[in-house]
Write a protein of this length. Structure first.
Length: 252
């Protein structure tokens, strides 16, 4: 029998679950505004239509759910059976009729949420392996999905904005991206500073010769580091204390 409330008692996990559910609802609202014809339109991601993006969002929920199943059963259940499986299922999913595609997004999200809800408290520390080969506690899957729902709502290109994403999510995104840059020995890592925050000043130190120093509000910095700030806004929305306006280093 399924639990009626989350079985986890860790307050941080409970807080993270609240944020991912909020993001899932945010994404759903923007998907619901799309007509069936508009599903064929482009997204902010090069080469992907909204059909591709929604197929990815739906199948990503299923892949994350497999990791939760792994933690629940101790039976190794990888996100994907092979490196090429993710791309193959996205291409296939993009050909679904509109009703089936919408159902995929909705039902996969519900299934994932139920698996999180029913996961016993003592199993949230179980280790699983992501598609990138990282070994993480299953609690990390909540953050993995949080990034997907909030950013891909923006990527639909129908009006959702980065500044509508909760500030705590944006800060964690920036930290993730900056950390990924720092692990690459061939990457010049920019220094970042968030301006205009009344209660908190956030900075991320750069490295490398002639590293850019980029300043801006939280949403603009997050949009730039994740590749979601248009080039014609680099100079308008950001300040460049060192270096000239440029694209952020590759994230993923």
């Amino acid at each position: 029998m399924s639990a009626r409330t989350d079985r986890v008692v860790d307050p941080q996990v409970q807080e993270d679950l609240a944020v991912v559910r909020l993001g899932t609802a945010f994404l759903r609202r923007w998907v619901d505004r799309l007509s069936d014809v508009e599903l064929d339109g482009p997204t902010l991601l090069p080469g992907w239509t909204r059909r591709h993006l929604l197929a990815h969002v739906g199948y990503n929920a299923r892949a994350v759910a497999r990791l939760v199943t792994w933690a629940a059963t101790d039976v190794e259940t990888p996100m994907y059976p092979s490196p090429g499986a993710r791309a193959e299922e996205i291409d296939l999913g993009s050909t679904l009729n509109p009703e089936a595609l919408r159902n995929l997004v909705e039902h996969a999200a519900i299934d994932l949420d139920v698996r999180w809800r029913d996961l016993p408290d003592e199993r949230w520390s179980r280790r699983v392996v992501t598609a990138q080969g990282r070994e993480v506690p299953v609690s990390e899957t909540v953050w993995m999905r949080t990034r997907e729902v909030w950013l891909h709502a923006v990527d639909l290109g129908t009006g959702a904005r980065v500044d509508q994403v909760p500030p705590a999510v944006l800060r964690r995104l920036i930290t993730d991206v900056h950390g990924a840059w720092s692990k690459r020995p061939d990457t010049v890592v920019p220094s970042l500073a968030v301006l205009g925050q009344e209660t908190e000043t956030s900075t991320w130190a750069g490295s490398g010769v002639h590293a850019p120093e980029v300043l801006g509000d939280l949403a603009a910095i997050a949009a730039w580091v994740t590749g979601r700030l248009p080039a014609d806004r680099w100079d308008a929305d950001l300040r460049w204390a060192a270096g000239s306006p440029q694209a952020a280093p590759r994230w993923i």
